[in-house]
Design a protein around this ligand. Sequence first.
Ligand SMILES: *Cc1c(COP(=O)(O)O)cnc(C)c1O
Length: 401
Amino acid sequence: MTLKSTSDKGLQTLSIHAGETPDSASGASAPSLVMSSTFVVDEEVSFSANNLTSDSPFVYTRWDNPTTQQLEQKLAILEQAEACIAFASGMAASAAVLLSHLSQGDHLVISNTNYPGTAEFARDTLTRLGIEVTPVDTSELSNIENAMRDNTRMVWLETPSNPLLRISDIGGAAAIAHAQNALLAVDSTFASPIATRPLALGADLVVHSLTKYIGGHGDAMGGSVCGSQALLGALRGEALVHYGGVISPFNAWLIMRGMATLPLRMRCHQENALALARFLEDHDKVEKVLYPGLESHPQHALARSQMDNFSGMISFRTADPKQLAARMMQQLEVIHYAVSLGHHRSLVYLMQTDDLIDSSYRLEGAELDKYRDAAGVGVFRLSVGLENSEDLITDLGRVLD
Ligand SMILES: *Cc1c(COP(=O)(O)O)cnc(C)c1O
């Protein structure tokens, strides 16, 4: 009772069945949760990660685990990848990709506004290790092109990006990166594999925070990297086994359970987000709404061409956002004032411009002006959940009025 072929199946079927195998001993229909750190073997197995192959038996859960392996196979199939590795968090996955592919003297081109953890890791940790980092607005391909150097080994996009929901052209960036023999890595967390399959558009590696849409319920942290067998074989030995950011099998199991409803959830996230985006756009206290599914989004056409779903992330701007944030903390009834995103619960948080610029993005000159022009002193990042959209509109309307 394992899918014999996956290429002829739809996303709803794959999200439920792909990668899962009923337990051979019990016949259990649901995947079994194997909470064992070590495995009894009946032959000598090398103690070195360097000798790890895809045929190796289970030895130790930091190398591989039967529950985690089912999650990895499901993710690989949804991302149309040869292979996938799950990590303890999105940051563990991102750090694994960046550290294992970049060495002293190499050069990285990266989105200049993105997840703050990634931004700080690139600007602080990678540069400390002697890796050159050029942050650019990757939503314009010419900026990537102009940043490329002879020693550029990787281009890193986040699309849609935190918090301005800029869209980067994955196919165009892949062509530029590959012309220089550089890899293209895409953090596709805001899109999910339901919206975009970056590998099919030319990317080499796709990173997700499984903590967000893929797990979907705000109860388990995880991360993943998908790509070719060749790239991921090396990544497993170095980054998973030796850096050690291994996911708990329990979290892998929870995330796999969440994934069964990913296509249904994404459809509802999009439907609710469009309703809220239109409500906000019409509201006289709201100065600006950024949502890739709105015709007013500066890159709506690109979003249409590379996203099958506009996801559930909205950023909006009002006058006096700090005062509104204080009212939200006191008065919201349904929406949680909290960081993170992609959960069934709606979440909202004020992303203050000075804080992001000083601590994470460190923009200057024209790029800083462009950021302030879009974000003012801060944008509210709204992760639209799966509640009734009328209730979300009532909740937001009350604090806005
Ligand atoms: C949350 C997030 C991360 C980091 O993931 P964690 O699971 O929190 O470590 C990376 N990239 C993006 C776009 C994110 O939203």
